[in-house]
Structures are given as structure tokens and as C-alpha cells.
Design a protein around this ligand. Structure first.
Ligand SMILES: *Cc1c(COP(=O)(O)O)cnc(C)c1O
Length: 371
């Protein structure tokens, strides 16, 4: 029996040696740890990677979203409790960022096709208080951005991309994540496609004015040291993380390509009447497969069986944001498709360092599942 971790961080870090340790040592010796040369270089490189004009390093992905929303509140005088539409099926950060900016999340159910915000249901949720749509490129697939853009024009709404799972993903029109809307939030949490060795995040935008405000708000609202133009937060990208990200960015396209090849193998070879593959395999060229989801009415049994065969899996996500204890005020809302995905989804291992033997073992094991 093989033992396969869902995501092998130690192995991934090892694959960047000796450069990784040298990079850390270089920053250690530089004597400069916050907002310096390394952050500047990474911001330039990552903006270029996304094809956008600005990148602002921040402390994590949640803060990237929060700082975008806080900045827009300043820029356009949005009021407390103005509304922001967000998919009902996402990681909690997409929703927390709205609540913590004292705006109101309005949930939109997702589509069964791709687990992404259902653009057919969007328009009915727009009110005179709606200011923005957070589109989450979940699992590494980008949202149907052209439909969202039409609505944003018609109702004058900002499009904010939650691209925390989509570094390098492209739309059908070949537009990169980070360059599809008005502003985008990235996370470099260690397990993301581009991961730091700790928390890290970035805002990417083509909006010059937003970039200036966001940079200040992420740094205590300072215009210059000790002069505070806005009420801000402290969310800065560390020099050491920026240096690591810079180095890892060089391999991101290659790593995403490997993820796609593994995903393709899964699509072609997983065959089991109790396991459903994701729909829209057509989009495989465009996805960066942060997650490879499979679906089963016997999901929990499937997970137990795979664990018994040494294969670690994760459920993304077991409870919807609006059903969480922390969001009691929304517990009564119902989103049938999102709820169904919660019950059936199981993420199987997929990362660039999986070996052929491991991939074959995963497929064989899944194909032998009976219940
Ligand atoms: C990881 C993630 C975030 C938040 O990133 P952190 O860096 O952990 O704050 C936001 N949205 C989605 C969809 C994510 O997967």
C-alpha cells in the first residue's frame, strides 16, 4: 500500500533547494525585513505575470480582499451596509472580508456545472445598494467573466476577483486571473499554487487611484511615516516571503502545467459509477487545478475507503459560509446547489510533485471503490 499525502509541503520545499535556503539567508543578512527591495521586485514581477499595472503585497488573502473593499469605500463613499454579492459556496474569507469592511454580503447560489457563481441568478440579487460582485475562481477555474462584466456595466458595479486559488488561470478569451475585473485578491498561503512559507497575499489592479489608496490603507493609512490619511490596518508582505515568492514564481507556469497533465489523466482514467468527475472538462486548458474535485453521493464512505488505502483527501468545503455558527444571522438562507456540492465534494491529491506511480495508484484505488 502507498501512503499519499493530500499535499506534501516538505517535499515541495525540498524541490526548491538549495535556492530556497540561500534566499532566506540572503534576506536574513540584509538587515531589512519589511517593505523593502524584495517586496518591490516581487510586486513588479507578479503584476507583470498577471498582465496588470499594479501589485500591492499584503499580509494574506483575506487582507487583500479587505483592503480592496476598504479602499473602494473611501474612493466612492460607499456606506456601511452597502451590498456586495458573493457566491454561497466559497472559503469563508470571501465573506469575512465583506463583513469586516462593514458591508453586507448577499449570497448567490453557484452553478452545478462548475461550482462557480451562477451568473443566471445574479441579476435578481442586485439592488440600489449593490456596489460590487466578488467573483471567486474556485478550484482554479475562472468565473464566467463576460456575463458578470455585462451586469457590472449595466448597474455600475465593481468586479472584485477572489483569485486565491487561481494564480495563472485564464478565461476563454485568454485573460489572466487578476486582470479580469477592477481589482483582484491573491493569497500565497503555503498550499496555494504559488505559496509562501507562511502567510502572504497581494492585490492586483489596473486602477491607479485604487492602487494608491490600497497601498496606504494596508500600511496604517499612512501617507508618509506617522501621517495617517485613512484609518488603515497593518497588513504588509514580509521581505523574506517576497523573496521566496519571487523565486517560486519562476516555476509557477511549469507547475501549473504539471497540475493540468495530472488532471487530464484523472479525467481520462477515473471510471466508477459511484464517483462523478467535474463537468466542463472542456475548460481544462484554462484551469490551474488548485483542487481536483470529485463528487459522490457516498462521499464519506469514499473518503474513509481512500484513507484506508493510504490516500489522504480533503473536503472543500464541509459547511457553507451561511450555515456556519459564526454566521447565525444567515443560517436560515438556503442555496440548494451549494448545499449539494457540500455533501458530495471530495478533493483528491493533486500537486506538481506527485509521481506517476502515485497517480496510477490513486486512479486504480478510486476505480475499485464499491458501496
Ligand atoms: C485561501 C483563500 C483565501 C484567503 O487566503 P488567506 O491567505 O488564507 O487569508 C480567500 N479566498 C479563497 C477562495 C481561498 O481559497
Amino acid at each position: 500500500m502507498m501512503e499519499i499525502k493530500y499535499f506534501d509541503l516538505a517535499k515541495i520545499s525540498e524541490s526548491f533547494e538549495p535556492e530556497l535556503s540561500n534566499t532566506i539567508l540572503r534576506v536574513t543578512r540584509s538587515g531589512w525585513y519589511i517593505l523593502g527591495r524584495e517586496v518591490g521586485i516581487f510586486e513588479n514581477n507578479f503584476a507583470k505575470f498577471c498582465g496588470a499595472s499594479h501589485c500591492i503585497g499584503v499580509g494574506n488573502g483575506l487582507d487583500a480582499l479587505r483592503v480592496i473593499l476598504m479602499s473602494y469605500k473611501q474612493q466612492y463613499d460607499w456606506e456601511n451596509d452597502d451590498e456586495v454579492i458573493v457566491p454561497a459556496f466559497t472559503f469563508i474569507a470571501s465573506v469575512e472580508s465583506i463583513v469586516q469592511s462593514r458591508l453586507k454580503p448577499v449570497f448567490c447560489d453557484v452553478s452545478e456545472d462548475d461550482c462557480l457563481i451562477d451568473t443566471k441568478k445574479l441579476e435578481s440579487l442586485i439592488s440600489p445598494k449593490t456596489r460590487a460582485i466578488v467573483c471567486v475562481h474556485l478550484y482554479g477555474r475562472v468565473c464566467d467573466i463576460s456575463s458578470i462584466a455585462k451586469l457590472s456595466k449595466k448597474y455600475n458595479l465593481k468586479i472584485i476577483e477572489d483569485a486565491a486559488q487561481a494564480h495563472g488561470a485564464v478565461s476563454q478569451d485568454n485573460i489572466l486571473a487578476g486582470n479580469m475585473g477592477d481589482a483582484a485578491a491573491f493569497s500565497f498561503y503555503p498550499t496555494k499554487n504559488l505559496g509562501a512559507l507562511g502567510d502572504a497575499g497581494a492585490i492586483v489592479t489596473n486602477d491607479d487611484e485604487l492602487a494608491v489608496i490600497a497601498r496606504k490603507i494596508a500600511n496604517y493609512g499612512q501617507e508618509r511615516k506617522y501621517y495617517h490619511q485613512y484609518k488603515g490596518i497593518n497588513s504588509r508582505l514580509d521581505e523574506i516571503q517576497a523573496a521566496i515568492l519571487n523565486m517560486k514564481l519562476n516555476r509557477l507556469d511549469e507547475d501549473n502545467m504539471k497540475r493540468r497533465m495530472i488532471a487530464e489523466y484523472y479525467f481520462e482514467n477515473i471510471r466508477n459509477p459511484f464517483v462523478r468527475l467535474p463537468y466542463n472538462s472542456f475548460f481544462s486548458k484554462h484551469s490551474v487545478y488548485h483542487v481536483f474535485p470529485v463528487f459522490s453521493e457516498k462521499r464519506d464512505l469514499l473518503q474513509e475507503y481512500l484513507a484506508s488505502q493510504g490516500i489522504e483527501t480533503i473536503i472543500h468545503y464541509p459547511i457553507l459560509p451561511n450555515k456556519q455558527e459564526a454566521f447565525k444571522e444567515c443560517n436560515n438562507l438556503s442555496f440548494p446547489i451549494a448545499e449539494q456540492i457540500c455533501k458530495q465534494e471530495l478533493s483528491i491529491p493533486l500537486h506538481p510533485l506527485l509521481t506517476n506511480d502515485e497517480i496510477h495508484y490513486i486512479v486504480d484505488t478510486i476505480n475499485h471503490f464499491v458501496c
